[in-house]
Design a protein around this ligand. Structure first.
Ligand code: SF4
Ligand code: SF4
Length: 280
């Protein structure tokens, strides 16, 4: 018996929508009893692509976060369901039975991830099945994983300790860890906060390539060098944390900034002045 999981590497997702389209191609108009009923033409996104924009002009970053059903080990969608309409298979996949779930609209709002869609014409809730109908025929991965051109989606057996997938799985994170639902879909490189800026040498009107920038917080200290445009960046910082950012360049007076990562922080252009007594 397999024990399935999906891993999504946000850094590799370019937002091409191939996963969404392959899901539609597989499920629109196709019934796979007893696992799923056909996806309707409109308003169903069994694989959603969440676009997350961070920072503000001129430092803006965009990430794409593919989001199917998380196939929780403790699925809240099963709690209001009756008659065994929502069940977890021994291989970890959560299924909404298309016959038993007729009329059970409360299943839709029970999912905190908002990945269940109501089919008005059929009077049933529907969602991602991890393409269980294909896996049961011997496929090694669902359609969306197969279609991803960048390798952002991967899929495998968590009980195969030798597989690269199972090893990588342990470094994955839940999209919403605070819910404590033990999801079977985990993520790498979930976007966090960043602190960035650009360092310039005021008297020379030049970018301060190789300026030393040190970020110090309660739990971490990190140093980077500015690139040839004078730009620097610290990524993957926690939300709402306080940091000191110190900028240094030989012969110039250092500057220190106190920042708070309630939002992403762009310090703008930092103009370093010659240190007192230092000549050009
Ligand atoms: S993500 Fe939502 S729909 Fe999927 S198993 Fe968890 S609660 Fe159910
Ligand atoms: S696993 Fe299958 S059902 Fe789920 S999003 Fe991917 S293609 Fe759609």
């Amino acid at each position: 018996m397999k024990n399935y999981g999906m891993l999504i590497d946000v850094d590799k997702c370019t937002g091409c929508y191939n996963c969404f389209l392959s899901c539609r191609d597989e499920h629109y108009g196709n019934d796979f009893p007893p696992i799923s009923s056909a996806q309707p033409f409109k308003d169903h996104f069994w694989m959603q692509i969440i676009e997350r924009e961070r920072g503000k002009y001129p430092k803006v970053k965009v990430s794409f976060i593919p989001k199917p059903c998380m196939h929780c080990d403790d699925p809240p969608c099963a709690r209001p369901s009756v008659n065994g309409a929502v069940y977890k298979r021994p291989d970890g996949i959560v299924i909404i039975d298309p016959e038993k779930s007729v009329g059970q609209k409360e299943i839709v709002s029970a999912c905190p991830h908002r990945v269940i869609f109501w089919n008005e014409a059929k009077n049933i809730p529907q969602k991602c099945t991890l393409c269980a109908h294909l896996l049961d025929q011997g496929w090694i991965e669902p359609r969306c994983v197969e279609a991803c051109p960048t390798g952002a989606l991967s899929f495998g057996d968590l009980d195969d300790p030798k597989s690269e997938f199972a090893k990588l799985w342990n470094s994955g994170q839940a999209l919403a860890p605070e819910l404590e639902l033990k999801p079977r879909v985990k993520y790498l490189a979930i976007p966090k906060r960043f602190v960035a800026g650009a360092v310039l040498l005021k008297d020379r009107d030049e970018c301060a390539e190789n300026a030393k920038v040190t970020l110090t917080g309660r739990k971490k200290k990190q140093t980077v060098k500015a690139n040839n445009f004078g730009d620097f960046e610290f990524e993957g910082l926690g939300e709402g944390e306080a940091f000191a950012v110190k900028v240094e360049y030989p012969g110039y007076a250092p500057q220190t900034f106190e920042v708070q990562t309630k939002t992403d922080v762009y310090l703008g252009e930092i103009l370093l002045k010659r240190a007192a007594g230092k000549k050009k």
